[in-house]
Design a protein around this ligand. Structure first.
Ligand SMILES: [Zn+2]
Length: 460
């Protein structure tokens, strides 16, 4: 029998965690954070595991105990975003000695998370290629393929079982020109995975019409921007996602072309760019200098503020595009770091506001503070890392699954994803399975001719 437990990511964007049980062999995919909740609860205290679970900041892994399933054989991490990997140090105590597996970029991030929390990974670790076939036992073979996303080394996963194949596509985009890393090759993925019984798939972009543009478009947007703006006398500051190496590589190359000396500010950017260099993806040291530690940053910003550095010859890349209160941008604007901005400086948001109340409010404050300083703001120099409606259609057409489970979504995104699949001829509760956290389903291929093809239960 095949069973799938939906532990996290089915009532929110984030906190992703799914357990798949084929005849008693269990593989868990992803253990992520609900990032907004995690930021809230860790702002001024160090919460216990139970507090994190009760607050909803990490998957409720105690539900796994309630299922009474055997200990998992493997924890597979599909990519390195914190909403897929970040909960591991907090809940892994439930799974002593269980192997954690992922691609090199993903595992390096996990190691850095442990390092920053001053913890040591005790579980065995295995690094795989993004194009991999791993035999767990006679009940499960795990097959992965590379897929484009807003972080390098992302995989799409297929759990092959005697009752059919379960594909886990969280997260991805259809991008044939991803700037760095491997493009999405749907035909190759389909060939490697074969018949798809259950497709658990990213719904983050399900409210967006059309398709998500290629990462290559950001280069074009920047070319367009710099083709006409007059920044000869002004400072340029850019902010984007620290983990988005493809984006950062585009930005630093462009700024260099504009004859600016580029500085990466802060340890968060250093964490990810150093991994990219180590793994041979992109050597940031060739294009920019780094200013890492609080005192260095203080000193460097003071020099800019006091015109001891020629501001028209430099460009800075900093953190804080969502208005995060402890990122460099918010610190500058609230006088916790020297105020480097002057009238007509150029500020570029190579990001989009994550539609969560906390981010919307924080960004509104930041935007106003920049406007108060008469800084020129250029926003949304960005493309999404997730599939939009038409991408979902293409993807589902190619995968041709028997059942679809919308994932990585709150109710609004889930309903929108359901609509996309209904328009394609899938039927809700027949072959679109509407699940919430704490649901698990049971399926047996020999029952496939029965009216009720699968059973959806609540863990209790
Ligand atoms: Zn992601």
């Amino acid at each position: 029998m095949l069973k799938i437990a939906f532990i996290g990511g089915f009532d929110e964007v984030g906190k992703n965690c799914v357990a798949i049980n084929s005849n008693g062999t269990v593989v868990i995919i992803d253990m992520g954070l609900d990032i907004s909740k995690y930021i809230e609860i860790t702002e001024d205290n160090i919460p216990s595991k139970n507090e994190l679970i009760n607050y909803g900041a990490v998957p409720n892994i105690e539900e796994y105990e309630k299922l009474n399933w055997p200990k998992p054989k493997l924890i597979f991490i599909a990519h390195g975003h914190l909403d897929h990997v970040g909960a591991i140090p907090h809940i892994i105590t439930h799974f002593k000695n269980v192997k954690i597996m992922g691609t090199a970029f993903t595992i390096k991030i996990l190691e850095k998370i442990y390092l920053s929390e001053r913890k040591v990974i005790e579980n065995p670790i295995e690094i795989i290629n993004s194009d991999c076939k791993y035999y767990v036992d006679e009940n499960i073979t795990l097959v992965t393929q590379p897929i484009a996303h807003s972080i390098l080394d992302t995989t799409i996963v297929c759990i092959k079982t005697p009752d059919g194949n379960v594909v886990y596509a969280n997260d991805f985009k259809i991008d044939t020109k991803p700037v760095l890393g491997k493009p999405t090759d749907l035909k190759k993925i389909k060939k490697a995975f074969g018949e798809v019984k259950f497709l658990i798939t990213d719904s983050t972009g399900s409210v967006d019409d059309g398709k998500s543009m290629s990462e290559e478009m950001v280069k074009k947007m920047l070319d367009d921007l710099f083709s006409y703006i007059d920044v000869k006398e002004n400072l340029i500051v850019v902010t984007t996602f620290s983990s988005h190496i493809q984006r950062l590589s585009t930005i630093v190359k462009k700024l260099k072309k504009e004859h600016r000396k580029v500085f990466l500010i802060g340890r968060s950017l250093e964490k990810y760019t150093s991994i990219a260099k180590e793994l041979g993806y992109f050597n940031f040291d060739k294009y920019c200098e780094k200013v890492l530690y609080p005192r260095q940053i203080q000193k460097f910003f003071n020099k800019i503020k006091n015109n001891k550095i020629d501001r028209k010859k430099i460009a800075l890349i900093i953190t804080g595009h969502q208005g995060e209160p402890n990122a460099i941008l918010a610190k500058i604007l609230s006088d916790r770091l020297p105020d480097i901005f002057q009238k007509d400086d150029v500020f570029i948001f190579s990001s989009r506001i994550i539609p969560v109340q906390m981010h919307i409010e924080n960004r509104a404050i930041i935007d106003q503070q920049l406007k108060d300083r008469k800084v020129r703001i250029f926003k949304d120099i960005h493309v999404s890392g997730h599939p939009a409606k038409e991408d979902l259609r293409e993807f589902v057409n190619m995968m041709n699954p028997e059942f679809i489970v919308p994932a990585h979504c709150d109710k609004r995104l889930k309903d929108s994803a359901v609509e996309v699949y209904q328009n394609m001829g899938y039927k809700l509760n027949e072959n679109i399975i509407y699940v919430n956290n704490s649901n698990y389903l049971e399926y047996e291929s020999k029952n496939n001719d029965k009216k009720e093809k699968f059973k959806l239960n609540k863990i209790d």
